[in-house]
Design a protein around this ligand. Structure first.
Ligand code: MRU
Length: 380
């Protein structure tokens, strides 16, 4: 496994119960190391069997994002922001003439690490704009590095507040007693804290005291549902049942699901939404059974420059994710041809509403999304 040059910090079971994830505390999926020089990530590849924090040098972060040590759109946005700020801190200690070039390299490597979730580009562009403006004003690199770290902290800290606002709006949409279907992982692990779609579930349970039960899609092939969402829901003591992705249709036909809640990696200006592969199937089945389908995401996931979902780049990942689900021997014949898109696109026409930190948007989505993006700037 890829562990970063700074090595592992493994939490024991006892420490883990007291320190993170339990009793309403957050997991700190993205944070700085104690000396503030490295990025500290909760390694999501080894959950739930191991709770391990790994520290990464800034130039190792693109690889950590690619390998999904950290994953989930808002979490990779925050991780990239911190890595870029740490890269600046590193660059000011080197040759002053190379500062701009080093920052450009850090930007490009982080930008290319995962293509679909726009939060990554959104966070990097915010920070790159700070660098550009400061260089134009002849600000010293040391001061630029400090400004970047301030901005990364703002992105990270506001993420939790933003998710709690999504939770407040989204939980109001759910009946007092309900069964919901959730796909992938959109919780504290996938964000800086609280979660988006899972945050709505958490708000319904913890804040509004609704009686909510969650059917958790296992989410093939990386099993974010089985490994991560089940772990988070159990930690929060929210009633849940794990199912394989292909079981949701039967449950909907039996009238056992009242709403579908998912997150998003990129929402086009017209509401078309890219999210974890399998989201589209859930949306089609929900429509066939008149079950409301809610997308829950911060306004930073809305990409107004992309007019429709057809323009959203869809990441394709390694065949081994499908044929070697637990990393060992292949479940398919050696050499089999594999297609492994990590995301799919759900057309806006299948979406009942999009919940952002600024409220609930109903179709047609264009004006509401534009307004939410405008208001989104007020949070930062
Ligand atoms: O490949 P992943 O695990 O990064 O995909 C994550 C998702 O698709 C989530 O639903 C999305 O990023 C929203 S997380 C709040």
């Amino acid at each position: 496994t890829f562990c970063g040059k700074s090595g592992l910090i493994t939490m024991g079971r006892e420490e883990e119960r007291k320190g993170i994830g339990w009793g309403g505390m957050e997991y700190a999926s993205v944070a700085l190391s104690a000396d503030g020089k490295r990025l500290r990530l909760l390694d999501q590849r080894v959950l739930p069997q191991c709770v391990e924090y790994v520290e990464f040098e800034p130039d190792e972060v693109p690889r950590a994002i690619k390998l999904m040590v950290v994953r989930g759109a808002p979490a990779i946005g925050a991780a990239a922001a911190y890595a870029y700020a740490l890269a600046a801190d590193r660059a000011v200690r080197g040759d002053a003439g190379k500062f701009q070039g080093e920052m450009q390299r850090a930007y490009e490597e982080l930008f290319a690490s995962r293509p679909t979730a726009v939060n990554l580009a959104w966070a990097l562009n915010r920070l790159a704009a700070v660098v550009r403006a400061a260089l134009d004003d002849n600000v010293a690199p040391e001061k630029i590095a400090a400004k970047l770290m301030d901005e990364a902290h703002v992105i990270a800290h506001r993420d939790i507040k933003i998710n709690q606002a999504i939770g407040a709006f989204g939980s109001a949409l759910l009946p007092e007693s309900c069964n919901v279907l959730h796909h992938c992982n959109t919780g504290a692990l996938a964000t800086v804290g609280w979660g988006t779609a899972l945050g709505v579930i958490r708000s319904a349970h913890e804040v509004r005291k609704k009686s909510i039960h969650v059917y958790v899609d296992e989410t093939r092939p990386r099993l974010q549902g089985a490994r991560l969402t089940a772990w988070e829901l159990m930690a929060c003591q929210i009633p849940m049942t794990l199912i394989c992705d292909n079981m949701a249709a039967m449950l909907m036909r039996q009238g056992k699901i009242d709403a579908v809640l998912v997150g998003a990696d990129r929402i086009a200006a017209n509401g078309d939404t890219a999210n974890k592969i399998g989201t589209y199937s859930a949306a089609v089945v929900a429509r066939a059974h008149n079950v409301p389908f809610y997308v829950c995401a911060p306004s930073s996931t809305v990409d107004l420059e992309v007019l429709t979902g057809e323009q959203i780049p869809i990441e394709e990942r390694d065949a081994d994710e499908i044929v070697r689900p637990s990393g060992e021997s292949s479940v398919a014949p050696e050499g089999v041809r594999v297609f492994n898109p990590a995301f799919d696109m759900t057309p806006a026409s299948f979406i009942t509403a999009i919940v952002t930190e600024n409220g609930v948007i109903y179709p047609p989505f264009e004006d509401g999304l534009r307004e939410s993006v405008r208001k989104g700037h007020e949070w930062l």
